[in-house]
Ligand binder design. Structure first.
Ligand code: GUN
Ligand code: ZN
Length: 431
């Protein structure tokens, strides 16, 4: 048994649907009992110290113990091309992304990048990630093997594309179905792995491929299905040309059996009213990728409006379209985008999005994303005074939220004091 002492971030509900003051609490004298990789008790420091005198104690002082961050949309193969200059979505894919994804045809390179990505993510406090891969089946094995080595709960699937991608980076409708099925059988539910059926987006899949993946999903409805939706106006116009019989972008998925409660739709910025209604009815989750949406010039997602419709929302870096591996930086960008739309997201809402919200969007909300008994002990410990700039602002604070907010706005990997994975303290990589 291990007893962690510190400030604790405790969420008992959705702070977008209920007043955050009622459902989110920071316990400044909090404690967490961990045993066999699980959280056994959450409470007050003195109570848990008294109840568990034999437990090994780790005292984090005024650091904030949070659920591990959950990054609900990343492309691990794009790790090495993060921060590539000067392009918007389609040109960015053709100039930077596809050439790099081609390099993962080499299984050794795929393994190297998977390890590099996961170590960077962990250093930034991310303990679960939902990743795209490349069209190569071994890129999925590389990712899940590397995640298993580190003990991580993770989600990924083979990225399927059978058109509008260069030679060497296309599969077919049949091979996408066959390879995805074989990978799903190998990985889904193995240890902490979840397999996600992954058509990249409508422009790079023929209707045949979308149908084949829709059929696979119907055979395995407990798997999530991830794809992209309505990220940029040029992309949406292209989809309209490619699918002249579809009512809108969402319909290109819906008509092929690719809309349902376990759908995970990235970006979803420029939505039609019909699309919002159908997403709401279907139970699909939308993933906010704020640093990507500004970096690639995509637009300002209506987070508050969509959350109010009770649509499950997650938060994500979208590495490497996003410009950071850090979920702290991502929370800052989410705050800034909401400000541009006239809403101030509260720090309680931002951390909730990066933990319980993302976990819910991946249907992992009964396992991770909360500090509560019965949850897996994936934790991120935040130093709320990690740099002189943050410390001097936090020192002026009049409330615990005012202490925390500068870390959300200005923090990076230096704010990650520790990470725990399934009850084990993770030794930070030296790189
Ligand atoms: N749409 C289709 N593929 C991608 C991708 O790799 N990144 C982003 N940001 N959008 C996409
Ligand atoms: Zn993406």
């Amino acid at each position: 048994q291990t007893l962690l002492l510190g400030q604790t971030f405790v969420a008992d509900g959705n702070p977008f649907l209920e007043p955050w003051q009622e459902v989110i609490h920071i316990n400044s004298a909090g404690a967490l009992l961990i045993e066999d990789g699980m959280i056994r008790a959450v409470g007050n420091r003195n109570d848990l110290l008294c109840d568990h005198p034999q437990a090994q104690v780790q005292d984090y002082g005024t650091h904030l113990i949070c659920p591990g961050f959950v990054d609900a949309h990343v492309h691990y193969p794009q790790t090495a091309i993060i921060a590539s200059w000067g392009k918007q979505l389609i040109d960015w894919l053709n100039s930077y992304t596809f050439p790099e994804e081609m390099r993962l045809a080499n299984p050794d390179y795929a393994r190297q990048i998977a390890a590099r990505y996961l170590d960077l993510a962990l250093d930034h406090g991310t303990t679960t990630m939902c990743s795209y891969t490349t069209i190569h089946a071994h890129s999925v094995d590389a990712f899940f093997d590397a995640a298993a080595t580190r003990g991580l709960r993770s989600v990924a699937g083979k990225t399927c594309m059978d058109r509008n991608a260069p030679d060497g980076l296309r599969d077919t409708a049949q091979s996408a179905y066959d390879d995805s099925k074989a990978l799903l059988t190998r990985w889904h539910g193995q240890g902490r792995a979840t397999y996600a059926i992954t058509p990249r987006f409508s422009p790079t899949s023929t209707p045949d491929q979308l149908s084949a993946l829709g059929a696979l999903w119907a055979e395995h409805p407990d798997c999530p299905m991830q794809t992209h939706l309505s990220e940029q106006p040029d992309e949406i116009a292209w989809v309209r040309d490619l699918f002249s019989n579809a009512r809108d972008y969402l319909d290109t998925y819906e008509m092929h059996g690719l809309l349902g409660p376990r759908a995970i739709l990235g970006h979803a910025i420029h939505l039609e009213p019909r699309e919002i209604d159908r997403i709401t009815e279907s139970g699909a989750a939308l993933i906010h990728c704020p640093t990507s949406n500004t970096f690639i010039g995509s637009g300002l997602m209506d987070v508050a409006g969509l959350a109010a419709r009770q649509i499950p929302l997650g938060l994500a870096t979208d590495t490497g379209g996003g410009s950071s591996f850090s979920m702290l930086r991502t929370m800052a960008a989410a705050y800034e985008i909401a400000q541009l739309r006239g809403t101030a997201l509260h720090p309680a809402q931002l951390i909730w999005l990066a933990t319980a919200g993302s976990a819910r969007s991946l249907h992992l909300h009964e396992k991770i994303g909360r500090l509560a008994p019965g949850y897996e002990a994936d934790l991120t410990i935040l130093d709320l005074a990690s740099t002189p700039a943050i410390a001097q602002r936090a020192g002026q604070a009049r409330s615990v939220w005012e202490v925390l907010f500068p870390t959300l706005m200005m923090g990076d990997d230096r704010a990650i004091a520790d990470v725990w994975i399934a009850g084990h303290r993770h030794a930070a990589s030296s790189g």
